[in-house]
Design a protein around this ligand. Sequence first.
Ligand code: G3I
Length: 397
Amino acid sequence: MRLRRLLLGSAVAVVLAGTLNVVPVSAGSTPQEPSGQSLRALGARHGLYIGTAVDMAALDDANDPQYRQLVASQFNTVTAENVMKWESLEPTRGNYNWGPADKLVEFAKKNNQKVRGHVLVWQNQLPAWLTEGVANGTITTAQLRDLLRKHITTVVKRYKGKIWQWDVVNEAATDPWDSPPEIHLKGFWAQHLGAGYIADAFRWARAADPSALLFYNDYNLEAFGDKGPGDKTYFVYKMVKQLRQSGVPIDGVGSQGHLGTQYGNYDAFQVKEALDAFSDLGLATAFTEVDVRSQMTAGVQAGDSNEINPRLQASAANFSVLMQACLANRHCLSYTVWGFTDKHSWVPGWFTNPPEGLATLYDENYQPKRAYNSIKADLIFSGPPYVQPRIPQNPKR
Ligand code: G3I
C-alpha cells in the first residue's frame, strides 16, 4: 500500500504543478500585504489560533526541511497526530515512551505555539497489553477503571501547564450508518466501563491540571440534522448538556471536520448554528482535525484538469465554510487541520477503495492550493460587525 501511495502521490504532485489551482505563495506581494502573511498572523487578528496535526517522523526528517519550516511559520497551535495516544506513550505496561511527545511540546514552546493534547480516552490505538489483558480476563473491570484513571492522571500531570486544550474523550458516539442506526455510545470503554467513564475521565483530567481546557472531540458534528434518534450532532449536544448540568468539568466541544468533496456538505450558516448551540451551553468550540478529501479517479491520477479542478475548488469551499463558521462563533478558539500537506496525510493510506487524497492545504511539493488561499481570504476579509474577537474560555471547576 505504501508503494502505491508513493506512486499515486508523485503522479498527482506532478500533475498539480501544472494546473491553474496551484497558487504561488505570495506572488507580487510584500510582507506588509495581507496575502503575504502567514495563517497564524492573520488568525491573530481575530484571536483565532490556526493549527495543524504534526507527524513527528516528518518533523524529524532532516531531508524534509520544508515540513518543519511550515509547521513553525504558518501555525500557532500544534496537535500530535499519533505520539500522545496511549499505544505510543505506554507500549508496554508501566514503561513510558515520552520522547516524541516531549519533542513536540518543546518544538511548540520554541516556536511560540500552543499545544492541543490528543488524546486521553479513545477506543483506537490502545496498547495491546491493555486490550489483550481485558480480553483474556487478566485485567478485571475494576482494574481497567483504575488503569484509565492512572493513564489520564500520569499523562495530564506530565504536561501540566503545557497543554492548552486536551481532547479528553474522543469519538464516543456511533454514526447513523452503524447498527442500530439510533446514535449510542460505542467502543471499548463504553462496553467495559459503561457510560460513566466519560464523566470520570473529565474529572480525573481536571484534577491533574486545573488550567487546561477539557474537550469532547468527535467527527460528523458539523451541523444538526433532524434532531431525531439518528442525528449525531444532536446526540452529542444532549450528552454535553447533561455533563454540564451534572457539574462535569467539560470546557469545549471539538468538531473534527473530516469532510469529502463527494458528499453533500453544509453551508456556513448551518455550521455556525451547531457551534452556537454548543457555545450557548457555556462551552468553547474548535475545529480540531479539518481536511477535505476527494476521490482519486483514473482521470485525477492521469492529470485531467477537468477532474482535478472541480475537486480542488470543492475542497477549498469546504475548508472555507468551516473557517467562516468558526470566525462567526466567538467561542471558536482554534481551527486545526489534520496535516497540512498531501505529502504527509493519513487519507491516502486509509481510504484505498476507492482511493482518496488531495485532502490538505498544500500539495505534495509544498505548494499552497486554492484551499490555502480561501481560508487566508476568510481571515483577511472578515471583521466587525459580524466577526468579532474570540471570547476566552475559563476552565470549569
Ligand atoms: O506505529 C506503526 C509503525 O510501527 C508501523 O511501521 C507503521 C506501518 O504503516 O504503522 C504504524 O502505525 C500507524 C499509525 O498511524 C502511526 O503512524 C497505523 O498503521 C495507522 O493506522 C495509524 O493511523 C492513524 C489513525 O488515526 C489511527 O486511528 C493516523 O496516522 C492518524 O492521522 C489518525 O488520526 C485520527 C485521530 O486520531 C482521531 N480522529 C480521526 C483521525 C483520522 O483517522
